[in-house]
Design a protein around this ligand. Structure first.
Ligand SMILES: [Zn+2]
Length: 167
């Protein structure tokens, strides 16, 4: 049996000092908050969500923790959104839906090697490569097309006796 560490506050939990969280605790909390989100979230969102679960983390701590998790390859920063997501696999780029904000991962090493070849030909020394495509995911594009067609149909004049002629 291990002896509990002696403390002036162990006798009465009312007087116990707030628990100091270790970097491992913070890592686990932030990874959990990211895992609960189905889209990338900002450091401030992470801080707000930590309050919601009763384990508040101030933004500075969030940033420090995220930096550590990025370095360990566990978290990815989506640059164009200034937001973070779990990195569960390696990928070459992200496709970001501007409608529903989901991110699909793009795996195509030829994209990166094509950019590297291009840069090398121009004498450009790459320090960092970020491939992020913005647009609409398949579902949102289908909805937009359906809605767009519907609105376009409503916007058309109901009676037109002369054909539209290009000028
Ligand atoms: Zn979408």
């Amino acid at each position: 049996m291990r002896a509990a560490p002696l403390s002036l506050h162990t006798a009465d939990s009312k007087f116990r000092l707030p628990v100091r969280r270790t970097p491992e605790d913070l890592d686990a909390l932030i990874l959990d908050l990211l895992a609960r989100s189905n889209r990338p979230i900002s450091a401030y969102d992470i801080s707000h969500r930590s309050m919601d679960v009763g384990r508040p983390v101030v933004p500075n701590q969030v940033y420090r923790t995220l930096a550590r998790l990025i370095e360990r390859g566990l978290v990815h920063r989506v640059e164009s959104l200034s937001a973070y997501m779990l990195r569960q696999q390696s990928f070459d780029g992200c496709m970001i839906c501007d409608q529903c904000h989901t991110v699909q991962l793009l795996s195509n090493p030829e994209v990166i090697s094509g950019l590297e070849d291009c840069a090398q030909r121009l004498g450009f020394a790459i320090q960092r490569t970020v491939v992020e495509l913005h647009g609409h995911c398949r579902d949102c594009e289908a909805n937009i097309r359906a809605t767009g067609d519907h609105e376009a149909a409503l916007a058309l004049p109901t009676v037109s006796s002369s054909p539209i002629v290009g000028v």
